[in-house]
Design a protein around this ligand. Structure first.
Ligand code: SF4
Length: 347
């Protein structure tokens, strides 16, 4: 059973002052228009009917710039959500918005409702990248918005993108480090995908934009994830959720899309961890794991098998159903070293 769900209410592009060149929320969210009151009620009821016993439930307004929506509309969304929060004793409201749409007045207004979390689309902390993506705000706007939000009891979430126009691996690392310095409670990481009917798709078709490949994306995530974790910042998501709308070749024109990106990254972390752990072992190495962890060692589409067989000395992997789910047996020792990666596969 899930411990936490967000009931997503999409307000695609609603409140956005700009058309960021990579964004097509109608494709990403799978909804062409914002929900009306009737649809919101239906959606909340539908989620609640399948969420019996889930201890933490939030209503989340995603897909647009919530605080840029005309105030009377914001009020009606918030009042409707508040009604359900009280009626079903839910945990609160979460919303996403732009850094340049955070002011003291807006935050005072949100405080009148059970809003518990605000997520900002940061995307990059490089002004060059922000400008090339036509975000319409600067890195300084992000810093100011975060400071202001921190002066209220809201949970702060920050979203970053990898591989936007003019972005580099070094700039994405810089963005991650800057975000860590802003002390959010959680982050979401989105590799840039070229989505149909966006300016980025036109740039791509004209040869003026080259998306990152999957390997660059995974390697960068392997670099920045431990930094977020070391700072105690939760990484809630890596990559877009696969919806019926978002499918490579249909709405995604190009880019490092993989339906199981997080899994690929965690498996690679596990592999790297083991290779480092066994680097001084000189004789044949044996690794045992329970079924789920064994699957991670084998890797998505068996992509890791050659890593073990080509290793010198050979690494033999096998299943051991008696092992607890977090424990690997390496050589003759039991090991619970890379807890995060291992836990990821055993949820
Ligand atoms: S990225 Fe955010 S601010 Fe930009 S158009 Fe999309 S929803 Fe609006």
């Amino acid at each position: 059973m899930k411990k936490h769900i967000n009931i997503p209410i999409f307000v695609p592009h609603h409140g956005c002052l700009h058309d960021c060149i990579f964004c097509n929320q109608k494709k990403i969210s799978g909804y062409k228009t914002s929900f009306n009151e009737h649809q919101i009620r239906d959606e909340i009821e539908r989620y609640l009917s399948t969420a019996k016993g889930v201890p933490h439930i939030e209503i989340a307004f995603f897909g647009g710039s919530f605080t840029g929506i005309p105030i009377e509309e914001q009020r009606s969304y918030l009042e409707l959500a508040t009604e359900y929060i009280h009626k079903y004793d839910l945990n609160g409201i979460r919303l996403s918005t732009r850094p340049d749409m955070i002011t003291k007045e807006i935050l005072d207004f949100l405080r009148r409702y059970p809003v518990i979390g605000i997520e900002l689309g940061v995307q990059s902390m490089s002004d060059v990248v922000l400008q090339a993506s036509k975000r319409g705000h600067t890195a300084e706007d992000v810093i100011n918005a975060c400071k202001l939000i921190h002066s209220y009891p809201f949970e702060l979430g920050l979203q970053m993108m990898l591989g936007l126009p003019k972005d580099t691996v070094a700039l994405s690392r810089y963005t991650a480090d800057q975000i860590i310095g802003l002390e959010p409670d959680m982050v979401r990481i989105y590799p840039t995908l070229v989505i149909k009917d966006t300016e980025l798709a036109t740039l791509y078709q004209e040869g003026l934009y080259t998306p990152w490949d999957l390997k660059t994306t995974i390697d960068l995530c392997l670099d920045i994830l431990p930094r977020f974790e070391a700072a105690g910042i939760k990484v809630l998501r890596i990559g877009l959720q696969t919806t019926q709308e978002i499918q490579l070749g249909q709405d995604i024109v190009a880019g490092p899309f993989h339906p199981a990106l997080s899994q690929l990254i965690e498996e690679k972390r596990l592999v790297n961890y083991i290779l480092d752990y066994v680097k001084d072992m000189k004789t044949s190495i044996y690794i045992e794991a329970n079924h789920k962890l064994y699957q991670a060692l084998v890797g998505h589409k068996k992509r890791h098998l050659s890593i073990w067989s080509d290793h010198d000395p050979v690494i033999n992997i096998s299943q051991n159903a008696d092992l607890p789910k977090h424990i690997l047996k390496i050589g003759n020792t039991y090991h619970n070293g890379y807890k995060h990666a291992i836990l990821h596969h055993t949820k």
